[in-house]
Design a protein around this ligand. Structure first.
Ligand code: G3I
Length: 493
């Protein structure tokens, strides 16, 4: 691994600083113990009655964009008990209770902080004018999470840990780039520098970004992020050299008919060699194993392009090439759904055992940990980490996020209630505490959260429902989750 960019204090300095921080945290946790969260009042879509008469009313649905990025195109649905829509304007209306309205060409775009609305006339059908819930992806974007009644003054998380505390960031030409030159970009960088000492590029170091044509590598966006990181004493964790997913495989590679071994090795070698000494750790291969129950799996492997072209040997080829290109880089295999004792995890471990038996280089396992407040149990998480530790490999919690709505209970929290915040705080605390308990200091590759602030999370777009999965709110303020994370690091409840 390359030299850490930030010199860590000596043990004694660190432990006296730690006890001071412990006292500070204890005092603060008492100060905020009675703080209650008010519900998120933003409700991005509202059904309003504009004018009403005996048998009907003119209504509107107002869609507000509370985030810092534009909404491009919207579709909303709602359902009445007795009222019925008789006509609508400024939207394409379909369905007859439930109704769906979609944007027109001229009103699909909603800039940050602004609203659009469309109108309709409704018949009350003998009942009262109703106030139905309006749903849709545009309604699910989370706005600034209201702060608790008192500020949560948690010290910078990375100052509490002797291992990397990281965050995944957008960069380059991506929407919400951390490096954008405006006031919000500056505020986001300040938040990053306060809490984290490691960055994972969420997208811009994937295959299609760095290697868009067979003989062309494009490093400008990645270089910009690496330079920013070095200027601010932040590590970069490289993500990811080989990944099966959709557009991240460049088109030329899909139709490549030459020697795949040579091509893949050259891809890995070129990228790792370029950043040798500047990027200290890599996700060499990401998500190579199939989920439990995946009918397309081939002997447990994900049926990816790489598997089809090279067989499972592509994984070891990538690791061997990465080690050769930078012998000091720490090399991880990274995957999700491996923290609850799944068969997939058993397969990952079998690969590790096989690699070790044959001296194929591998240093650690990235456990993505896209989990939620109810799943997996702490016992399952500890067991999974223990099985990696037993093999002498490093453990990275590589993509942590903890949504409050779950598969089992997807609509439990329409707003970020005090209860949701407390349950999330507890889960963050448990996960971080489990890591400290099970993973010895020399095997701690670090903990990275997958996104900086709540509406930055990939989960909001994925599920199209409200959630608040990260440790900072949209105003970049600490949440109870931040306090949970910090209290596990310090050991102060
Ligand atoms: O940049 C374009 C923008 O120009 C365009 O207007 C917009 C319209 O869809 O798309 C933008 O690109 C999106 C990109 O994120 C921007 O950041 C892509 O559509 C979108 O697919 C991409 O999603 C990323 C996803 O990986 C797929 O690569 C997520 O941000 C990123 O968080 C996610 O990360 C993965 C890890 O790599 C592996 N583990 C799972 C994790 C979550 O899916």
């Amino acid at each position: 691994m390359s030299t850490p960019k930030k010199a860590l204090p000596s043990c004694s300095t660190r432990s006296s600083r730690r006890s001071a921080l412990n006292r500070q945290l204890r005092a603060l946790s008492i100060a905020v113990a009675v703080a209650a969260l008010s519900p998120n009042a933003l409700g991005a879509c509202q059904h309003v009655v504009r004018s009403e008469w005996g048998t009907g009313y003119v209504g509107a649905i107002v869609i507000t964009n509370p985030t810092s990025v534009p909404i491009n195109g919207w579709s909303v649905s709602w359902r009445y008990a007795t009222n019925r829509v008789t006509s609508a304007w400024n939207a394409n209306l379909s369905g007859s209770n439930p109704y769906t309205a979609t944007s027109l060409s001229w009103n699909g775009s909603i800039p940050p902080g602004q609203s659009v609305e469309f109108g309709f006339q409704a018949n009350k059908n003998g009942g009262a004018a109703e106030q139905p819930t309006v749903s849709g992806a545009a309604c699910a974007v989370s706005g600034p999470t209201p702060p608790p009644t008192g500020p949560i003054n948690v010290p910078g998380l990375h100052t509490l840990a002797a291992f990397p505390i990281g965050v995944a960031v957008n960069a380059g030409n991506e929407p919400r780039s951390l490096l954008r030159n405006d006031a919000r970009g500056a505020a986001e960088r300040a938040a990053v520098e306060r809490h984290f000492d490691s960055l994972t590029p969420g997208n811009i170091m994937k295959m299609s970004y760095l290697h868009p044509e067979q003989n062309t590598f494009t490093f400008a966006q990645a270089d910009e992020l690496v330079n920013y990181a070095r200027a601010h004493a932040l590590r970069i964790h490289g993500h990811t050299l080989v990944w099966h997913a959709d557009y991240q495989i460049p088109n030329w590679m899909r139709s490549y008919s030459g020697n795949w071994n040579t091509m893949l090795q050259s891809h890995v070698r070129t990228i790792v060699a370029r950043y040798a000494g500047r990027i200290g750790s890599w996700d060499v291969v990401n998500e190579a194993f199939a989920d439990d129950g995946d009918a397309t799996a081939v002997n447990g492997y994900r049926n990816s392009l790489f598997l089809q072209k090279m067989g499972p040997g592509y994984i070891q080829q990538a690791f061997i090439a990465a080690r050769a290109a930078d012998p000091n880089a720490v090399l991880y295999y990274n995957d999700y759904n491996i923290e609850a004792g799944q068969q997939k995890f058993t397969r990952v471990l079998a690969m590790v055992d096989d690699f070790k038996a044959r001296n194929i280089p591998i240093d650690g396992i990235g456990m993505q940990m896209h989990i939620n407040i109810e799943w997996p149990s702490t016992t399952q998480i500890k067991d999974a980490m223990r099985r990696v530790v037993q093999r002498g490999l490093k453990v990275r919690i590589s993509e942590l996020d903890i949504p409050v709505n779950t598969f089992a209970n997807p609509n439990r929290y329409a707003t970020f209630t005090a209860e949701a915040a407390q349950r999330q705080e507890a889960k963050y605390r448990e996960v971080v505490a489990a890591y400290l308990e099970v993973v010895p200091a020399n095997l701690r590759g670090g903990i990275t959260v997958w996104g900086l602030y709540d509406s930055d999370s990939w989960l909001i777009a994925l599920y199209g429902r409200p959630d608040w999965p990260l440790i900072l709110n949209d105003e970049l303020q600490n949440k109870p989750a931040t306090r949970g994370f910090a209290s596990a690091l310090t050991g102060v409840p």
